[in-house]
Ligand binder design. Structure first.
Ligand SMILES: [Zn+2]
Length: 244
């Protein structure tokens, strides 16, 4: 038996009234647990097993699947489920955690990053938090982009830059060897630095232009997709809503 703080990454139905809940926990990493009866209206697990919920959970270890016996809500994040745009963004970030982390490998920085990003849904520019999340998640996973020196030759580029999906900038001499690399203006480069290294609260005083945001999003899309084994399900949803 163990007690831990966690965030619901996804759920799937099991049988008539049960659910399997995938939690990203602070102390045990990603765990899948059966929540018996949690689809019944009056069940005490109904609220704590909603997607995106942050709570304290009591779990029992099982052979193939743990079971969730009790939970207490810390943040229900109901507004994330009420609005289609924020829901799509939240589904995207929880799916990223789900596909990139291994089961039972705790990573407290990633847990805090996910929680902090979900909490930022009330900010005007939630999308900026999502971009910062992408960059910081990649950094925590060991793929921090190289933004100072050319990825290929190691020089310090002074002219126009491009960004390669391998994870960094390239100088004008090396760019021809990376035909898929995307243009990266100085403004977007600066924005990327800030999203990676600034104090989280200071992100929301930034007012990036739509053009910089678009450029950044394109670079990060290629960069993340390059590390994925299969396409993300939530991307189709985001594209349909045209929030991407
Ligand atoms: Zn170079």
């Amino acid at each position: 038996m163990y007690k831990t703080e966690g965030i619901v990454l996804r759920t799937r139905n099991l049988g008539e009234a049960d659910k399997v809940v995938t939690l990203y926990t602070k102390t045990h990493g990603k765990v899948a647990a059966a929540a018996r009866g949690s689809r019944r209206v009056r069940n005490r697990l109904l609220g704590v097993t909603q997607i995106f919920t942050h709570g304290r959970y009591l779990l029992f270890e099982g052979k193939s699947l743990d079971s969730l016996s009790q939970g207490e809500i810390l943040h229900s994040f109901q507004p994330l489920r009420d609005d289609l745009d924020t829901m799509a963004q939240a589904m995207y970030i929880t799916e990223l955690v789900d596909v990139f982390v291994e089961e039972s490998e705790p990573h407290v920085e990633i847990f805090h990053l996910l929680l902090q990003t979900l909490q930022s849904h009330t900010e005007d520019l939630f999308v900026l938090a999502v971009r910062a999340f992408e960059l910081r998640l990649m950094a925590h996973l060991g793929y921090q982009p190289q933004l100072e020196l050319c990825l290929n030759c190691g020089c310090m580029p002074e002219q126009e830059l491009v960004f390669s999906r391998e994870g960094g900038i390239l100088c004008s001499d090396c760019r021809t060897e990376y035909p898929q690399a995307l243009p990266l203006s100085r403004g977007t480069w600066q924005l990327m630095q800030r999203l990676l290294f600034s104090d989280w609260r200071r992100l929301f005083v930034l007012r990036p232009s739509p053009q910089h945001l678009q450029e950044l999003q394109a670079c990060l899309r290629q960069y993340i997709d390059f590390r994925l084994e299969r396409p993300l399900r939530s991307l189709g949803f985001l594209t349909d809503l045209q929030v991407f």
